[in-house]
Write a protein that binds this ligand. Structure first.
Ligand code: ZN
Length: 686
């Protein structure tokens, strides 16, 4: 643990400014706080709205994250109104929250942290509270009092576990009152509180406390090395197995609501899952209850015969029974420890451990999966550190359930944005580097889908995916290289997609090429190329998607970008029209074959979409203009003039039709064609 403090960066900052600065420094290190954990405060002199001098406590608002925190995410409170509360014997959460809200100085400020009183009751100016891994590794042992004394001596107080709220704050304040020489307070199974008269002093004390714990742990770790029962498979095997089992796992876990999965084989994870005691250690509980919302009380540990090479079929076959066992345990835990009147949350695991292979995390979107992944990566570290010093313990099931169903914790869920139409759906779009494919990817992502953009041009595709992620502020779009004409390339791309999101709900088969030439002058290679991309490419991407859909058992949705030419072919367009007709006919077959598995297949027939189009190369424009006997610069107008509405067709128009078929708005429709061509009489579907 190293200090990130820089006098230069902190120069001139005070009050709320230095609090924001230092909170971000703390938030930058995930060993201190992770994903919304921890909080911080400063006490300053100020004036209220009527000009009266007052003391203000700025404390982190509920639901914000320290690494990205801003001024507005701190709540200013009237400190002198909070202080007398320490004399009270008890306060319910509701009483405390109601009281705190009356002390807030700015209307519209965020709801103050549930640990606000803890900050108020400690007299020092700057207070930092972290859920540091190393501190929790000390507290999560049966003999933690002795260990903590051995590390820090007498000047650190340990407060027994209380759920955050009035009593924890009161005990903390009293501990300070009883011994003003204390250098820090440790909260059992929870974290660390440090302070100082300057932000720098308080920050450096946090770092020193943690560094001392880390040194102590390192000494013990050298002495106790944990045995591995198995070695990891090669990266290639791990990836192959993870890709093969992911759709089954996702399907099973999505029987209620659809979930997204994320695969990870970080060396830390592999070390842990291959450990002889991994199963029992993983079932003990979280290292701080703050993580429950993201990881559930325990992960699902999938038992795989240690002498076997990992076999995807066996893993997939074992999973439903293990999952049922997990859910039963969760239901038992809930029923035994629930407070009356609460409804059970989703009983599915958030973390799935597979020996030899790694870890899958689950969630409603990629962000949730990443949070669970990051937290569990720290959890395996803390578990092993505690086990090396003594043994790892967590809270009792009753305490865990009490925290997991605590209304104050579940309030944070209400701060999340509402789900969108395609939330929890995973879509793969071919030919997504530009034009129609790009517009489709953007449209589906805007409706909440996670989108895998594929194309032969990886650089361009990455730029499109990156732009989508920038807009959404999340890694919901991924770029994957795919050559639709290559069986192995298609397979590899799907494997990558499945490791990143767990499966697939929507395929948009969009990649296509056009070649204009009268048949007598059409070369065999141009003909072959058209068939390879437009027909065989379509076959390959659909075949792989259908395999995944069937493994998941959640139905599926294929949207095909065909063309007006399928119904109304034009001259000099033999290779294009014939290959697209093959694509369309195969799509109809897929609609027939897929129906019993609830796989819908529908077609969109655009006409003359020029904007950003890869299909309408300069060459093809010249060739089509020639075929229609018009100058090239008249081509776009020519296409607009030949439809009934006399209108130009844009990629966004096609994307809108795709959204209709890709969503449940068209849940009763399969084998259909929707023209997006401004109305072309000869191309009316019939
Ligand atoms: Zn805390």
């Amino acid at each position: 643990m190293k200090s990130r403090w820089s006098d230069k960066e902190a120069r001139g900052l005070e009050g709320l400014d230095i609090l924001v600065h230092t909170s971000r420094l703390i938030g930058m290190d995930t060993r201190l706080v992770i994903w919304g954990g921890g909080n911080s405060s400063v006490k300053v002199k100020g004036i209220d709205h009527a000009g009266r001098p007052i003391r203000i406590l700025y404390v982190k608002g509920s639901g914000s994250d320290m690494k990205t925190i801003t001024h507005k995410q701190f709540t200013p409170l009237r400190l002198d109104d909070l202080l007398p509360l320490i004399k009270r014997e008890a306060m319910t959460d509701d009483e405390m929250v109601a009281y705190q809200s009356k002390c807030v100085l700015e209307p519209g400020a965020p709801k103050p942290s549930i640990e606000t009183l803890l900050h108020a009751f400690l007299p020092p100016t700057h207070i930092y509270h972290t859920h540091a891994d190393a501190i929790c590794a000390l507290t999560d042992t049966p003999n933690n009092t002795e260990i903590i004394k051995e590390v820090y001596g007498k000047d650190v107080a340990v407060i027994p576990y209380f759920r955050p709220g009035f009593l924890l704050s009161k005990r903390t304040g009293e501990a300070f009152e009883n011994n003003p020489r204390l250098r820090a307070i440790i909260l059992d199974k929870h974290g660390l509180i440090t302070w100082g008269e300057s932000a720098k002093a308080a920050y450096l004390e946090t770092i020193r406390m943690i560094a001392e714990a880390e040194r102590y742990i390192a000494r013990h770790k050298r002495r106790s090395r944990m045995p591995s029962v198995r070695s990891s498979s090669s990266k290639e095997t791990r990836y192959a197995v993870a890709s093969a089992v992911a759709p089954t796992l996702r399907g099973e876990i999505s029987r209620g609501k659809r979930m997204v999965l994320l695969y990870d084989d970080d060396p830390e994870f592999l070390r842990f899952v291959n450990h002889s005691k991994a199963k029992s250690l993983s079932q003990i509980g979280p290292f701080t209850p703050d993580h429950l919302m993201h990881t559930k009380p325990w992960p699902l540990f999938l038992e795989v015969n240690s002498s076997d090479r990992p076999n995807p079929d066996k893993i997939a076959a074992t999973f439903p029974k293990s999952l049922a066992g997990y859910r039963e345990r969760y239901v038992r835990y809930f029923n035994r420890h629930k407070t009356p009147g609460v409804t059970m949350l989703d009983p599915n695991p958030r973390v799935i451990l597979i020996p030899g292979i790694g870890v899958f995390t689950t969630g409603k979107d990629r962000r949730a999966c990443r949070i669970a992944r990051d937290i569990y990566l720290h959890t395996v570290g803390v578990i092993q550190d505690s086990a090396a010093m003594s043994s790892y313990v967590s809270l009792s099931p009753r305490e865990l359930c009490d925290f997991e169903y605590w209304p104050m914790e579940n309030f944070k869920l209400t701060l999340l944005p509402p789900e969108k139409e395609l939330s929890r759906r995973i879509a793969l779009v071919t030919g997504a580097a530009g034009g129609i494919g790009k517009a489709i990817a953007e449209r589906l992502a805007a409706e909440g889908a996670m989108v895998v953009l594929t194309d032969i041009d990886l650089e361009k595709t990455r730029a499109v995916a990156e732009a989508i992620n920038q807009k959404a502020g999340e890694a919901n779009a991924a770029a994957v290289k795919m050559d639709v004409t290559s069986e192995s390339s298609v397979k590899r791309a799907y494997e990558e997609a499945v490791r990143a999101y767990g499966g697939l709900d929507i395929l948009v088969s969009n990649a296509g090429i056009a070649k204009s030439s009268p048949v007598d002058r059409l070369s065999l290679s141009d003909w072959d190329r058209s068939i390879a991309v437009n027909a065989t490419g379509h076959f390959l991407v659909c075949r792989e998607a259908i395999r995944i859909f069937k493994e998941q058992g959640l139905g599926g949705n294929i949207v095909v970008i065909a063309t007006k030419n399928v119904l109304a072919p034009g001259k000099d367009f033999g290779a294009y029209s014939a290959s697209k007709a093959a694509q369309a006919q195969l799509s109809r077959i897929l609609a027939i074959e897929g129906a019993e598995d609830h796989i819908r297949v529908n077609m969109v027939n655009p006409d003359g979409v020029f904007q950003e189009s890869g299909l309408w190369s300069k060459e093809i424009r010249e060739e089509r203009a020639k075929a229609h006997g018009i100058p090239i610069e008249k081509l776009e107008d020519f296409y607009a003039q030949r439809n009934l509405l006399k209108t130009k067709i844009y990629p966004a128009d096609v994307a809108e039709a795709v959204l209709f078929f890709a969503s449940d708005r068209s849940s009763k429709t399969t084998g259909a064609i929707l023209p997006v061509d401004g109305g072309v009489r000869e191309a009316f579907p019939r």
